[in-house]
Design a protein around this ligand. Structure first.
Ligand code: ADP
Ligand code: MG
Length: 252
């Protein structure tokens, strides 16, 4: 601050900006008024303003993580109708939302036909992870493979892998809607190997694991990928009906 004489209020505003205490800057007047009206004492006042800044920072971090995760839709466990999908073990799905799988670097594979709620569940677990300040990235398998090819052509594949290694939870949606050549298969293999026991993956697929050779160039390649993927993994099969056509069959 230059030598011009500032009022106390001007100094407070300047210092809070300079020290990047954004939430405190927006709220300190309210906190001062609250402290005076309730006569809460110096220590409680200090406690309150620290909480304001800390909570504000947390919320901003969560917002940033949510944007960076690139979810296609906002879906939560609260909006999931377990009565419709009776085959799903509610306790198991709720437990996965507690994120201990993430701390243990385990994976989740959600398997089932279209419309049974695989992407919904993967997204809602991902959103929970964001709320717990984890870095998440949601991508379709096709987009991921395309991105890896682009980076490889630029000679930057290592750079992409490095940035992906910083993601705590990578959600690969719709693994099964693609057929990989040798080069793309090798990139997927590298990715899975890199994350093995280090970071978690959620994969959704319409293909039972026994049919993954349809994605890869050989049974051997599929086995090499599945071997690492499934070692520490929660495999959730949802054999039910599509929610998208719920009630519609009756009308047909
Ligand atoms: P999948 O990924 O298995 O093809 P989605 O998760 O995309 O299916 O589900 C299709 C649509 O139906 C989404 O809008 C999703 O939110 C909704 N949906 C699926 N299952 C349920 C359910 N049991 N309760 C509420 N909504 C559901
Ligand atoms: Mg889906």
């Amino acid at each position: 601050m230059n030598s011009k004489i500032y009022t106390n209020n001007e100094y407070i505003d300047w210092a809070l900006t300079h020290l990047k205490l954004q939430d405190l800057k927006e709220n300190y007047e309210n906190e001062i008024n609250f402290a005076i009206e309730n006569n809460i004492g110096y220590r409680n006042f200090l406690l309150n303003i620290l909480k304001v800044e800390e909570e504000g920072r947390n919320n901003r971090l969560i917002d940033r993580n949510m944007k960076a995760a690139r979810f296609e839709n906002f879906k939560t466990i609260e909006s999931f109708d377990f009565n419709f999908q009776k085959s799903i073990n509610i306790d198991k799905i709720k437990d996965l939302h507690n994120l201990s799988f993430l701390n243990k670097k385990e994976n989740i594979i959600l398997i089932g036909p279209p419309g049974v709620g695989k992407t919904h569940i993967a997204t809602s677990i991902g959103i929970n992870a964001c709320k717990n300040k984890k870095k998440v990235l949601f991508t379709s398998a096709i987009d991921l493979v395309e991105k890896m090819s682009i980076y490889q052509k630029k000679g930057d594949l290592k750079k992409l892998f490095k940035s992906l290694s910083k993601i705590d939870l990578l959600i690969i949606d719709e693994m099964g809607h693609l057929v990989l050549d040798k080069e793309k298969e090798s990139m997927i293999f590298q990715l899975i190997r890199q994350r093995y026991e280090k970071n978690s993956l959620i994969i959704t697929t319409n293909l039972p694991l026994g049919e993954w050779d349809k994605i890869f160039t050989s049974i051997l390649s599929a086995t090499a990928v599945l071997d690492r993927l499934v070692h520490h993994c929660h495999v959730i099969s949802i054999p039910g009906d599509s929610y998208r056509v719920k009630g519609k069959q009756k009308e047909m």
